[in-house]
Ligand binder design. Structure first.
Ligand SMILES: NC(=O)c1ccc[n+]([C@@H]2O[C@H](COP(=O)([O-])OP(=O)(O)OC[C@H]3O[C@@H](n4cnc5c(N)ncnc54)[C@H](O)[C@@H]3O)[C@@H](O)[C@H]2O)c1
Length: 278
């Protein structure tokens, strides 16, 4: 039997925190506290509370996971600080830099406290089914033990990669953090175009969904390059070639995706520091 994941203090259990927690539940973390205003329940032995003030001061998490919206995080830092004095913080906030978060957290700690260990990570929602992709950045004072613990937690919900340069995180966010949304949009558009061209709606939905899901599964199972898999579909002089000539024109998908990812990365940079409360 695999070793239990350590006790967690998860602050924010919405779409992303919830996706990770649902994945961790399959591995069985040690009894943990989940702080969230909206989630209805968590299975025992874990405890759901509405505010950090309800977490016993004696609780010693192995890892604190911060997954509130960037606009909400500064409000939770004063109550989080006593726990952060004893455990590393894994932040999944888009944009917010380690230095900015450390400065804000430090301001809540008693004078003379050591600098908090903060690991910045960008996961994605397929973590809920163990198919996530998380990229991590862990500068000192995070230790190699903190990195190992973080890798253990995140590898329980998918693949993990590390970067040494924090400025790469904004493009990572644009690609793998936001990426599932682009894939789901593709499924939506395939379905809608099918309907617009006269297909029955249930059929359009079925073929769009299974095409996206099956293509992802094939890419993973085969290990082949995406370009090879694309070429395997593209018969010379056939139908796919005609569609790809439209999509691959320089001013079509290449330019559109470049602009879209640049916009997402720009927004991540805007979120690098404390945000106005919304
Ligand atoms: N959604 C994604 O695909 C995704 C991917 C990667 C990273 N992220 C990051 O994850 C974070 C959360 O995003 P989300 O989409 O899950 O948002 P969300 O709104 O679904 O979840 C945030 C949760 O935090 C809770 N919360 C906020 N303030 C609180 C407080 N003071 N006390 C207790 N609970 C509080 C809310 O109840 C909510 O359930 C963001 O920082 C985002 O950048 C999201």
């Amino acid at each position: 039997m695999s070793e239990l994941l350590p006790p967690l203090l998860l602050v924010g259990c919405g779409k992303m925190g919830g996706a990770m927690f649902d994945g961790w539940l399959k591995e069985g973390p040690a009894p943990s506290f989940i702080v969230d205003r909206h989630r209805d329940s968590v299975p025992p032995p874990h405890q759901l509370v509405r505010s950090l003030d309800a977490v016993p001061a004696s609780f010693r998490p192995g890892m604190i996971v911060l997954a509130t919206k960037p606009q909400k995080v500064d409000a939770v830092l004063p109550a989080l600080a006593p726990f952060a004095a004893h455990a590393p913080v894994l932040s999944v906030l888009a944009g917010r830099t380690v230095e900015s978060l450390a400065t804000a957290l430090n301001a809540c700690l008693p004078a003379g406290s050591g600098a908090p260990a903060i690991i910045r990570a960008m996961p994605n929602t397929p973590s809920a089914i163990g198919q996530g992709m998380t990229v991590c950045y862990a500068p000192p004072p995070a230790t190699s033990a903190d990195r190992r613990l973080c890798a253990r937690l995140l590898s329980a919900v998918g693949e993990v990669a590390w970067i040494d340069h924090e400025d790469q995180m904004d493009m990572v966010t644009a690609i793998s953090g936001s990426g599932p949304a682009y894939v789901f949009l593709l499924a939506e558009l395939l379905e809608q175009v099918g309907i617009n061209h006269g297909l029955p709606a249930p059929l359009a939905r079925q073929i769009a969904r299974q095409t996206v899901a099956g293509s992802g599964a094939l890419m993973q199972a085969s290990g082949l390059d995406a370009a090879t898999l694309r070429q395997n579909v593209t018969s010379p002089g056939g139908t796919t070639q005609q569609a790809l000539a439209v999509l691959m024109a320089p001013d079509a998908w290449p330019a559109t995706l470049d602009a879209a990812l640049a916009a997402a990365a720009r927004r991540a940079r805007e979120l690098s520091g404390p945000q106005p409360v919304s």
